[in-house]
Design a protein. Structure first.
Length: 451
């Protein structure tokens, strides 16, 4: 009973009745009016005909005729000039009034009649009047036909409306039922279920949205699985180092004090690495959830880059790397968080320094087409074009063992991408194997009124 089918069917039926009932009432009124007029004309005409017919007849003939009339539904009464009844078919109580036509209710039967009077103009003693009575509920043949046609068409319309309601609500509820089934399957984890898109209306677009939702849920589920397996993998390595070396220390497996110190350093390094992993992951997940606080202000990308380069120089160590900076003067400000902007540049610079053995790292900042761009290029080994699309993904490292040797976790570029996009920017990479890599950051120029 709670189904749309019944609700819709009920609503349409009620609507139909609301329209049909007053309409039939009006039509019946018109019909009754037509019938009354028709009956009155008929009665008057009959009275006139009988008057002519009876004018020349004597009493016996008149009584015979009146008898024959009493066989029909109509009644008749004939008065002589003095107002005495000559003959009647049963209207004994009727006394003539002033009007020639009218409604009369017979007190003995309580039936209403429509009557018409007509004067007879025969010989002097017969001059009188004749009254013809037609039952008020009597209908002529055409009136009966009209009434029947009306009833039939009303019935037909009602059946049609019911049939239409049935088909229409079926059409409407069927796809909804299928979507409900699919939604239940989704809830039970069966994301392969597909809702058929049958129409182009709202139901069709709802079905499309549900399929879209299922696809996204599936992607989300897959990426979560992958993410979890990545995390456990990432933690397993440092943990096994820590376990192994602490076990060795515990059991006195080191050969001398120097080796003991070496083991402790490894444990310390791996613990640090795990710490960094947790920090980075936590930061990334907050960025992805949009719960990452940024202190946006007007910032000059050039001066932030200069700072970052100065810091990066300190990390070159033994490597023969030269820094080249090309920072345009008077570049427009951008809207960003200067601390996070420096973090982005530091990540890119660290990569450049880490993966380049010797050569140069170039930092360029300039304005172009309403945008402020920052480029970090190196002359390092480059990244294979097949790997390039994935380097911004979490935990993705081009050469796993080598990157690990460098201390990388594969989260740096994922953080760069998230941070850049949170600050309305984009990050792109261009690289050729053996010829170095260039990362380009693009931020929209701050407009007037930006704070
Ligand atoms: N400038 C570069 N030259 C060559 N390869 C690079 C360069 N930058 C990044 N890569 C490759 O892309 C991978 C992903 O870089 P990303 O910065 O995300 O991780 P990571 O440097 O390994 O670790 P993390 O930055 O978290 O310490 C790196 O492991 C490296 O293989
Ligand atoms: Mg990195």
């Amino acid at each position: 009973m709670n189904s749309i089918f019944y609700k819709l069917g009920g609503a349409i039926t009620i609507l139909f009745l609301v329209v049909l009932l007053p309409l039939s009432f009006v039509i019946l009124e018109i019909f009754h009016h037509y019938n009354d007029t028709h009956l009155k004309e008929e009665t008057e005409e009959m009275a006139a005909q009988y008057a002519v017919l009876l004018s020349s007849e004597d009493k016996a003939e008149i009584e015979k005729l009146v008898d024959s009339i009493s066989e029909t539904k109509r009644e008749i009464i004939v008065f002589d000039q003095a107002g005495h009844v000559i003959a009647t078919s049963g209207m004994e109580h009727f006394t003539p009034g002033k009007s020639e036509t009218g409604i009369y209710t017979d007190p003995s039967t309580n039936r209403s009649y429509l009557y018409a009077e007509e004067a007879m103009t025969g010989t002097a003693e017969k001059n009188g009047a004749i009254y013809v009575f037609s039952p008020a509920d009597m209908m002529s043949g055409s009136a009966v036909r009209i009434r029947n046609a009306l009833f039939l068409s009303a019935l037909g319309a009602l059946l049609l409306a019911l049939g239409f309601t049935f088909i229409f609500s079926r059409k409407l509820t069927r796809p909804l039922q299928m979507m409900e089934e699919a939604a239940k399957k989704f809830a039970h984890g069966d994301l392969e279920a597909d809702v058929p898109v049958a129409t182009k209306d709202e139901l069709g677009s709802l079905a499309r949205s549900m399929n879209e939702l299922a696809r996204e849920l599936k992607m989300y589920r897959d990426s979560r699985r992958e993410f979890l397996s990545n995390i456990s993998h990432e933690f397993r390595t440092p943990l096994s180092y820590i376990q192994g070396y602490s076990h060795a220390l515990q059991n006195g497996l080191h050969q001398n004090a120097e080796q003991q110190q070496q083991f402790i350093t490894i444990i310390h390094k791996e613990a640090n690495r795990m710490n960094r992993l947790i920090d980075d992951l936590f930061e990334l997940s907050r960025m992805e959830e949009g719960r990452f606080p940024l202190e946006l202000e007007l910032v000059n990308l050039g001066s932030v880059a200069q700072h970052a380069v100065a810091k990066a120089r300190a990390h070159i160590g033994e490597k023969e790397i030269t820094f080249v900076t090309e920072i345009e003067e008077n570049i427009p400000d951008i809207v960003a968080d200067s601390f996070r902007l420096e973090q982005i540049l530091m990540n890119l610079l660290q990569n450049a320094v880490r993966y380049t053995e010797h050569g140069s790292v170039r930092v360029k900042v300039f304005a172009e087409d309403g945008q402020v761009k920052g480029m970090v290029s190196d002359t390092g080994p480059g990244i294979d074009s097949e790997e390039l699309p994935y380097i911004f993904e979490r935990f993705y490292r081009v050469e796993k063992s080598r990157a690990r040797h460098f201390g990388g976790t594969g989260l740096g570029l994922a953080i760069v991408k998230q941070l850049t996009e949170l600050q309305y920017g984009t990050v792109d990479v261009e690289s050729h194997c053996g010829a170095g890599t260039t990362f380009t950051l693009c931020f929209p120029e701050a407009r007037e009124g930006d704070e």
